[in-house]
Design a protein around this ligand. Structure first.
Ligand SMILES: [Mn+2]
Length: 330
């Protein structure tokens, strides 16, 4: 696509200038999922001035970083000191500044994102690259193929693949372009795809987490939300996994909520069939943030919100918004 070609050129230009000016931290989204971490680490491989950093590593990402001994710096949400000579910052896979979890320094930014909704406000010198693709690692891979093929070691390829595999739900909702990029990542590598998939899927829950998942399943309730079939429940941990598990019951949408220390968090998932027919979870979460405060957004099929209203009210707000989304004939 021509737009993508222009974006890659804009990235190249931004990166060349930033690297000349000084150090360039590559900041990850605060959920620390495999897509954001894999994107940051892979992009950082193009030049020593770049370093992947963020406030949190999710479960899969933590294991991958440890296994591959990948360079990643954990920073704290407050009082992070950046190098004095900062060339700029890159933010990967975060739909808005508050999804990074730290206050960003006032330097030129390069933002790479694939969310349907976004809350970035650009200043002079900033570049936002937003593609309608399944994973941010797909964007980073496209850049590396073009401008830094020497950086594509097996470890870097694995980081990119892992982001793709997790963000597409093991390719269940991958766009066509994801397959082409994946093929290119596997070609000329020593990666055994099936073995690598198993490695990523190795689910290592502890007994207390398994208990929490099972209780979450036990509490699940079915609702008719307008034209959509919705299953809701609440759980104290692993909400994303629980939401995905519930989707296999055959409903259209699932919602898992949790309340801890005065903060309610909503995690929703929808089937591809329902997003094709009009479900837009990211838009629902954004609306909840407008109506009830807090932060919300994401993709059509996977989104979240967190804020200060109680769990029941947040859940009702979600059901009300989902009810408003009309089913379109396809
Ligand atoms: Mn992503």
């Amino acid at each position: 696509m021509n737009q993508h070609k222009d974006d890659i050129a804009a990235m190249k230009q931004w990166l060349d200038c930033a690297i000349e000016r000084g150090a360039v931290p590559v900041l990850t989204g605060q959920n620390g999922d495999m897509d954001t971490i894999g994107s940051a680490i892979a992009l950082s491989a193009i030049h020593p001035a770049l370093l992947a950093c963020g406030i949190h590593l999710g479960r899969v990402a933590k294991r991958m970083v440890e296994d591959l001994n990948a360079p990643f710096r954990k920073i704290s949400s407050q009082g992070t000191e950046f190098p004095e000579k900062l060339g700029g910052v890159i933010v990967v896979d975060a739909a808005s500044p508050d999804q990074v979890g730290i206050s960003l320094p006032d330097v030129p930014k390069l933002i790479l994102d694939h969310h349907a909704t976004n809350g970035w406000i650009l200043q002079k010198g900033d570049v936002l690259v937003q593609w309608d693709v399944s994973a941010t690692t797909e964007m980073v891979a496209s850049y590396l193929f073009e401008h830094a093929p020497e950086a594509l070691s097996d470890s870097v390829r694995k980081m990119l693949l892992a982001g793709m595999i997790t963000d597409t739900g093991r390719f269940r909702h991958a766009r066509t372009s994801s397959f082409a990029v994946t093929t290119k990542l596997l070609e000329n590598s020593n990666i055994d795809y099936a073995e690598f998939c198993e490695e990523i899927e190795k689910e290592d829950t502890n007994p207390s987490e398994r208990g929490s998942l099972l209780r979450g399943l036990g509490r699940a309730k079915h609702h008719e939300a307008g034209e959509w079939s919705l299953v809701t429940t609440y759980a104290g941990t692993l909400e994303g996994r629980l939401a995905s598990m519930l989707l296999t019951t055959g409903c259209d949408v699932t919602l898992v909520s949790r309340h801890r220390d005065g903060v309610t968090r909503l995690t929703a998932r929808a089937t591809r069939k329902s997003t094709l027919r009009g479900v837009q979870l990211g838009a629902i979460m954004e609306t909840i943030a407008e109506l009830h405060g807090g932060n919300g957004g994401g993709h059509d099929g996977a989104a979240g919100w967190s804020g200060n209203v109680d769990r029941i009210r947040a859940e009702s707000a979600f059901i009300a918004q989902l009810t408003l989304q009309k089913k379109v004939k396809v």
